[in-house]
Ligand binder design. Sequence first.
Ligand code: DOR
Length: 453
Amino acid sequence: MKLTFDLVLRGGSCVTSTGIVHTDIGVRAGKIAAVGDLGRASAEREIDVKGLHVLPGVIDSQVHFREPGLTHKEDLESGTRGAALGGVTAIFEMPNTNPSTTTQEALDHKLLLARGRTWVDHAFFIGAAADNAEQLGELERTPGCAGVKVFLGSSTGSLLVDDAAVLRRVLRSGRRRVAIHAEDEARLRERKVLLEDPAVTVHAHPVWRDEQSALLATQQVLRLAREEGRPLHILHVSTQDELPLLEQHRDLATMEVTPQHLTLTAPDCYDRLGTYAQMNPPLRDEAHQQALWNALREGLVDVIGSDHAPHTQAEKDRPYPESPSGMPGVQTLVPVMLTHVNAGRLSLERFVELTSAGPARVYDVAGKGRIALGYDADFTVVDMGRRVRLDDSWIASRCGWTPFAGMEVHGFPLITIVRGQLVMREGELLGAPCGEPVRFATALPRARVRPAS
Ligand code: DOR
């Protein structure tokens, strides 16, 4: 019998569970339907990917796309356009929009805003607050919800849980893994006097939001989560100080690092980029960066997320500390990290583990994160030999800049495929936005069963 497919990817080097194998991939109805030699199969569409690597679609599990309320910085269309151009096939978006995503209405509204406007699949976090703690268990089960996000220290927006009793209520409500921004608010407030020096510059940012601020928050949340038996995901870990603690709590907590913390180093990044290098938690010095790389090599790091957090150039040009924290990253995650792969700092398989299988495991994503039968046909097709000098003009984000401008990357995304649909090829977007909500195994909608008469 002659096999037929909607799409066949021919002759790529595919990163599968058995390693990097030279194989074809057949797609039917948006799912992976065959992995093997499909020489005799027919397909509606064939893409020759000889000489290229086919990775499971990259999932960026930490982005801020600013809609609703802050759409002069970004919106769901522009944010996901950047994702598709950068080889990312799904994004999980953070709740510090305006209004914050803390209610069922706000979450439903975001899901509605996303319909027909996203170029890649999407999911939204619900923000934890004192006044929604008891509802979180119900809210986190909403299809398309990535889970609960807690800001232990204030950053962009008004979301904050700085009270241990409230944090405990949050951790008691629901059971999915909770994403944590770990900086200790009390310490940040106490140290804010450092910013009153009229000569203060952005170089003071990692001094104000110091290692101890991160460590105290991580210690506290791990202690409460252990008592409550609630799994955590510690976002954008930035210090060597937190790593031994995370190693001790491996059964309870997973962790993320960002490409920025792995690539940009203080004080050089502040000398070169000024407030454009300002983010929370801050970029730190070489010793911390090396410790993060060691943790990544030793298997302690579970996920690489971009923490894409765009602000306009006018906003970033305000004098420190009036300048907002955050930098774009969804479009540069893949090429920047592939450059590290080519430089021998991690293997391509480890990259896939951190950007596809990792986020899928951490957040219990259903049917994504691997090249395997029955999984969504999401692919990030990359040319490991391609060298490109990044510049601001490539950036789709409303903010129009990247901290990586001028960097020559080695390894570049050429094709983005979302559930079998070709979304991006050689820098061109194709078709119309086709993104859909990501499904999570812990929150799969129940099938409607007709009541027995
Ligand atoms: O630097 C940051 N910017 N860190 C955050 O936690 C929030 C983000 C933003 O939304 O701007």
